[in-house]
Design a protein around this ligand. Structure first.
Ligand SMILES: [Zn+2]
Ligand SMILES: [Zn+2]
Length: 389
């Protein structure tokens, strides 16, 4: 459960490498532990570096997109990324019933039947031990307002479901049964392979009975012997306020059916929050840009700032520089399953007029003549300016 790398850098999912690098430079300048006062600057900075490392490496980025943030991070910790594919030998999902090899969320049904296969593919062995069904994954996109308030959303998906006709057994109840001759009822077979390192004995699920140890004279007509059929389901999902892109919601017992009376797996819904054009999201904080006029910046003023829950007044002090950032405490996003809210950072930009009327021109010329070019911009101005771009 953590913020995804795209959000960390503040770029969209289809950002080019150039955009990512640019965003990285901006974020790195802003959050460098040497310049930032934030307590967690160092941690933040590391996150930014990690995000750049992954997203600018084509192979890693592809894996990241495929696995989602949490699974990628998990695999990365084990050193399983960067090498073979996620379903490959070094990957954490080899033999997990194909969950790692599914191309996209749409193909949720194939998460179950794809790759390593269906029945017997999970435990890698036979026996009639009850086994929990697989976890399935799907995705859901919401907007910032929904992430702010929380929402109830419907998710429609096609998922494997226990066949009603045979109760998941895969054969009619009165079908004749015999012990599988290939594995003698053990559900597993042993193969000896000749490798450069010598003979290797491998145990695998019996292909004939798919690990059941038994063969039935007749397959169930509705599920073809799988015990599982496709089911279209529409589920209602409660989105808690404060959720971030890349976080997953777990719906217990909404996944694939279990085996031998085992419980169903869970359904994991990865949420993508579309932030929109106005805001940038940085964890629970939001950032916006506001324009002020030259006189407002010089003399100070109170401006209206639109926030996620209505507009508020903000004081712009006299002598405000273009690029200066102000913090509106508690005006950001709610903290997920905690009290309180993040902050809203308002960066003001001073708008230089593109054309002036006669009176304005004269006034400004008088300002210049009175020494306007030698205005003391005060200490730290250039540092502030630098960190704002
Ligand atoms: Zn059936
Ligand atoms: Zn067999």
């Amino acid at each position: 459960m953590s913020e995804n790398f795209y959000d960390v850098l503040g770029v969209s999912r289809d950002a080019s490498e150039e955009e990512i690098k640019k965003a990285y430079r901006k974020q790195a300048a802003e959050h460098h532990p040497d310049v930032s006062d934030d307590d967690d600057a160092e941690e933040r900075f590391k996150k930014i570096q990690k995000a750049k490392e992954v997203l600018t490496d084509e192979q890693k980025r592809q894996q990241y997109d495929q696995l989602g943030h949490d699974r990628f991070t998990e695999a990365d910790k084990r050193g399983a990324t960067g090498g073979g594919g996620p379903g490959g030998a070094g990957g954490p999902f080899g033999g997990a019933g194909g969950a790692g090899s599914a191309g996209g969320f749409e193909d949720i049904f194939n998460q179950f039947f794809g790759g390593g296969g269906g029945r017997g593919g999970r435990g890698g062995g036979g026996g009639n031990r009850p086994r929990q069904g697989q976890d399935l994954r799907t995705g859901l996109t919401i907007d910032l307002e929904e992430a702010f308030k929380g929402a109830t959303k419907e998710v429609t998906l096609t998922r494997p479901s226990e066949c009603d006709t045979c109760g998941g057994a895969g054969h009619p109840p009165d079908a004749d049964v015999e012990t599988c001759p290939q594995c003698n009822g053990r559900g597993q077979v042993q193969q000896v392979q000749q490798t450069p390192l010598g003979r290797v004995q491998q145990t695998s699920t019996c292909p004939r009975c798919e690990g059941e140890g038994e063969l039935y004279s007749e397959d169930c007509a509705d599920c073809g012997g799988d015990g599982v059929v496709r089911e279209e389901a529409t589920l209602s999902v409660e989105i808690p306020p404060g959720i971030r892109s890349g976080q997953s919601l777990r719906m217990e017992r909404e996944g694939a059916p279990g085996e031998n009376g085992g419980p169903k797996g869970d359904l994991l819904i990865e949420v993508d929050v579309e932030v929109g054009d106005r805001y940038e999201r940085d964890g629970d904080d939001l950032r916006v840009n506001e324009a002020v006029s030259f006189p407002q910046a010089v003399f100070g003023d109170t401006i209206e700032v639109e926030t996620v829950d209505g507009s508020v007044e903000m004081d712009v002090p006299a002598g405000t520089q273009s690029g200066e950032t102000f913090r509106l405490e508690g005006k950001g996003m709610p903290r997920l399953r905690r009290r309180g809210r993040g902050d809203l950072y308002v960066q003001v930009g001073v708008v230089i007029p593109e054309s002036l009327n006669e009176e304005q021109r004269e006034a400004l010329e008088a300002f210049a003549e009175a020494g306007g070019e030698d205005v003391d911009v005060g200490g730290g101005f250039f540092e502030k300016l630098k960190s704002s771009f």
